[in-house]
Design a protein around this ligand. Structure first.
Ligand code: ADP
Ligand code: MG
Length: 341
């Protein structure tokens, strides 16, 4: 019973490699929105407009007023493993941009019809590239900044398309991604439209206003400001009072160096801090931003970068736990009328 003879090993074509990567990087429209928004912010944009059609499946168009891409670089922007953000292993260990894998635009272009339009500050006009890195860059029009238009998502990957949910569900995920990013960057103006209707419009302001706009006045009226630590480790933001807690964990925003993360260790640290003030079946609401030396955290753990790994996770846990606990303790002291003057 001899085994079948081996099948020949072949190098995969470029397009297929990108489509495989797309399964991890841009598995649904909201992931495309996240990647494009991160690119806009990495380009220094102060104004970003997100236009979606049919939950993003028909069209995702994101326009920013960032620094733009010179025409000769536009094909590279759509090429796989090409990035302006890191150049060496050293850079990888000190990432201070949201992106660095050079994978997003190539992945998106492999599963959607992409048009990249961009203009740098000193250019006389914009330039445009359609399709892939193999296309031709042609003159176009538009203000300084970049627009990425992605249409007919997953038109060529029917297996992936089958996993998409209803228009409303996909839109909901996209809108949540915009909220997450807008909460981290109150200094940037965001506009979100769906099927031609403006859904959200947040003018640049500060954290207090932005979080009230996005999480509602009820959160704004029942929150504690936190700003602890410095240099090596700093935690800032707002922890909701027990009265702002929820039956579901849907108002928990944690950022590490400006990046929204869902991290067991951090969720646990915050939850533990609420132990004495919150009933076990309630979920605290919070917007917390942890800043630390980028060399002390590895963000290259997961393609979507939603998970991170800390070099000293015990120290981070302790720090977050104590910072939140101290803030909460002050209010219970106030409530009992025993606040020191
Ligand atoms: P990464 O963000 O990991 O570098 P991407 O595929 O998302 O990879 O983007 C590739 C490159 O294209 C970026 O490194 C950047 O130089 C350029 N780029 C992409 N989007 C924009 C944008 N909105 N504004 C300016 N440059 C951009
Ligand atoms: Mg990117």
């Amino acid at each position: 019973n001899a085994p079948n003879p081996p099948r020949p090993i072949r190098a995969l074509p470029d397009q297929l490699i990108s489509q495989i990567a797309a399964g991890e990087v841009v598995e649904r429209p909201s992931a495309v929105v996240k990647e494009l928004l991160e690119n806009a912010l990495d380009a220094g944009a102060t104004q970003v407009t997100i236009r979606l059609e049919e939950g993003g499946v028909k069209r995702i168009c994101i326009t920013d007023n960032g620094r733009g891409i010179p025409p000769d670089q536009m094909p590279l922007a759509l090429a796989r493993h090409a990035t302006s953000k890191i150049a060496s292993l050293d850079d990888l260990e000190n990432v201070n941009t949201l992106g660095f894998r050079g994978e997003a635009l190539a992945s998106i272009a492999s599963v959607a019809v992409v048009t990249l339009t961009s203009r740098t500050a000193d250019a006389a006009h914009a330039w445009e590239l359609e399709g892939s890195h193999l296309g031709t860059v042609v003159p176009s029009s538009g203000a300084p900044g970049t627009t990425v238009n992605a249409q007919d998502l997953y038109y060529n990957t029917p297996a992936r398309r089958k996993f998409l949910k209803s228009e409303q569900t996909e839109f909901g995920h996209c809108a949540e991604v915009v909220r997450r990013i807008a909460l981290a960057r109150p200094d940037v103006t965001f506009t979100l439209t769906h099927n031609g209707r403006t859904v959200d419009h947040w003018m640049a302001s500060d954290m207090a206003k932005r979080s009230a706009q996005i999480l509602g006045e009820s959160f704004a009226e029942a929150r504690l400001a936190i700003d602890e630590g410095s240099g090596v480790l700093r935690l800032s933001g707002y922890a909701g009072l027990p009265t702002a807690s929820k039956a579901r964990a849907d108002c928990q925003y944690f950022y590490v160096n400006g990046r929204f993360v869902r991290d067991k260790l951090l969720v646990h640290a915050v939850r533990a801090a609420y132990e004495d003030v919150l009933h076990g079946d309630r979920f605290p609401s919070y917007v917390l931003a942890l800043e630390l030396d980028p060399a002390l955290v590895d963000v290259n753990v997961h393609p979507s970068k939603i998970e991170v790994r800390f070099r000293d996770s015990r120290a981070v846990h302790q720090f977050v736990f104590h910072a939140v606990q101290r803030a909460l303790a002050q209010t219970s002291a106030t409530a009992h009328g025993s606040v020191p003057s």
